[in-house]
Design a binder for this molecule. Structure first.
Ligand code: DHB
Ligand code: FE
Length: 288
């Protein structure tokens, strides 16, 4: 059977993608950010998954105000890096896993979550920056991502957005779906976005280190309590874009302890400010 061996959590700041793509990773500003992911890149090589179930948000790239799915699962063969205004990032096309994705869609919809099924979806920095941070980006044309990816897009851009509770319960349904897939696959689930940031208005630039670190502590030790944080608290404490953190609860809800198993092992934890307008947060949790 397929099994979830680990979850990964990381911010998805677009300027990180630009720093990578433009060869700026050794600059003094960026060095500490990329240093925080050195362990993670080695860990990815040592713990290579067969599939990544990647929870992220689209930033009005594949979807716009014409069409706003709350939860969308990618069931396509492949996903092209999106053109976000400066041309697509020079990173490989993301290969999908249509058979597992279709199974998860079937199982999760039968567990009463109304997913939107998407067969064409260009993927923006929300998905490609976490892949770059975790997998590296050697400057060779033969580089490709280490495994297929199932993109799972969550609306955290246009209100109403889903609650933390809903996301946490959805993660539990995704775990049941993956574990009922009849093939031995090592699956990672990633929750991306966050941490505190606000990109517009009088509070633009807001960073809340105390909130972020308390969230990391609670996500690790008491995710059910983290799931009870109301969306207004994210917005007040972590800024308007801090709401992206509800996506981390989907990944956390899919971990074994939530279904009565052992607590996960914290393989890596990293937090850094500043990076663009956003606090960078990152965790790797392993099922034991
Ligand atoms: C920034 C962060 C984001 O999450 C995003 O989607 C766009 C920009 C930023 O910090 O600049
Ligand atoms: Fe974002």
């Amino acid at each position: 059977m397929a099994r979830i061996t680990a979850s990964v959590y990381t911010s998805h700041i677009p300027a990180i993608g630009a720093a990578l793509d433009l060869g700026k990773t050794q600059e003094a500003y960026w060095q500490p950010v990329f240093k925080g992911y050195e362990y993670s890149k080695a860990w990815m090589k040592d713990n290579k998954p067969d599939v990544i179930f990647l929870v992220y948000n689209d930033h009005a790239t594949a979807f716009d105000l014409d069409f706003i799915p709350t939860f969308a699962i990618g069931t396509a063969d492949a996903y092209a890096p999106a053109d976000e205004g400066w041309g697509p990032r020079p990173v490989p096309v993301v290969q999908g896993h249509p058979v597992l994705a279709a199974h998860i869609a079937h199982s999760v919809i039968q567990q009463d979550f109304d997913l939107t099924i998407v067969n064409k979806m260009p993927v923006d920095h929300g998905l490609t920056v976490p892949l770059s941070l975790m997998c590296g980006q050697p400057p060779t044309s033969s580089f490709h991502w280490p495994c297929p990816v199932i993109p799972f897009a969550v609306n955290v851009v246009q209100y109403p957005v889903p609650s933390g509770q809903r996301c946490f319960a959805l993660g539990q349904a995704i775990r049941r779906a993956i574990e009922s897939f009849d093939e031995d696959l090592n699956v990672h689930i990633w929750g991306t976005g966050g941490m505190s940031h606000q990109l517009q208005g009088p509070r633009a630039g807001l960073i809340n280190k105390a909130f972020d670190n308390a969230f990391l502590d609670q996500l690790i030790a008491d995710p059910a309590a983290a799931a009870r944080i109301p969306h207004i608290d994210y917005v007040r404490e972590a800024g308007s874009e801090g709401i992206e953190l509800v996506m981390w609860l989907i990944a956390r809800g899919a971990m074994a302890d939530v279904a009565g198993g052992a607590a996960p092992r914290v393989a890596h934890r990293f937090y850094h400010v500043p990076a663009s307008n956003t606090a960078v947060g990152h965790l790797i949790l392993e099922n034991t």
